[in-house]
Design a protein around this ligand. Structure first.
Ligand code: PEP
Length: 250
């Protein structure tokens, strides 16, 4: 069901004690009813995070996982391993994974299928690069990423998919899409889902915006009709900023 969601992607930040401290500060904050809050610490701190958050309304997500169940994949982590430490949400397709680790749409399609088979929820990231937007091909790029990464799924599978539209030019740059640019793309994404599946299904999918969301711009972006929340990088590492964003829904 379509929900309001704010998810913090902590990337390769926070050692164990920093992770515990940040979670302890988040735990004493009031979470507005109707908003789902998620955090994605690094792998080594997932068990500490889920242990600290038992019975507390903050969901812990992983930042990535491997597409295989097990095997000779040195350095990789499977869905089953994540579930064994209490993690059943995973971010897939982040632009940093696509750019630095050469994750392709085809690989991501496999990872999504594996995650769903393991009854996990996927936060699927996608978005155009700056040159795509300057050449006017942002809609084509986004549609291709959706088609190649997710359109093998059945309508029912989408109960466990959250989309995160993240224009690459806005990630970590301090440059944010305007609320109008975000709304225009989110509405396009919903239309694309409606064409492939159905209007009803498209209305049920949560679509987050990501890219330099901060306390001073979150309310305006989240106020747009087709924006259901945000995936937050830099600002999620500071409890006060993150909670200001969580409280930005009007
Ligand atoms: C991200 O990495 O997903 C992200 C949105 O980062 P930032 O908020 O720092 O732009």
């Amino acid at each position: 069901m379509r929900k309001q969601i704010v998810a913090g992607n902590w990337k390769m930040n926070c050692d164990l004690s920093e992770t515990k401290n940040l979670i302890q500060v988040l735990k004493v904050q009031d979470i507005p009813s109707g908003v789902s809050v998620m955090i994605a610490p690094t792998y080594t701190n997932l068990l500490a995070a889920t242990s600290l958050l038992v019975d507390y309304p903050i969901t812990v997500a992983a930042q990535n996982m491997h597409q295989s169940a097990s095997g000779a994949f040195t350095g990789e982590i499977s869905a089953g391993m994540l579930k064994s430490v209490g993690v059943d949400h995973v971010i897939l397709g982040h632009s940093e994974r696509r750019a630095y680790f050469k994750e392709t749409d085809a690989l991501l399609a496999e990872k999504v299928s594996t995650a769903l088979e393991q009854e996990m929820t996927v936060i699927f990231c996608f978005g155009e690069e700056l040159q795509d937007r300057t050449h006017g091909r942002e809609f084509d790029v986004v549609k291709n990423q959706l088609q190649n990464g997710l359109f093998h799924l059945s309508g029912g599978d989408w109960n466990n998919i959250i989309l995160a539209y993240e224009p690459v030019w806005a990630i970590g740059t301090g440059e944010t899409a305007t609320p109008e640019q975000a709304q225009e793309m989110h509405a396009f994404i919903r239309r694309t889902l409606a064409e492939k599946y159905s209007d009803e299904m498209a209305q049920e999918v949560s679509i987050l915006y990501g890219g330099s969301v901060k306390p001073n711009n979150a309310a305006e972006i989240f106020g747009k009709e087709d924006v259901d929340g945000g995936l937050i990088g830099g600002a999620s590492l500071d409890a006060e900023s993150f909670m200001a964003i969580v409280n930005a829904f009007v």
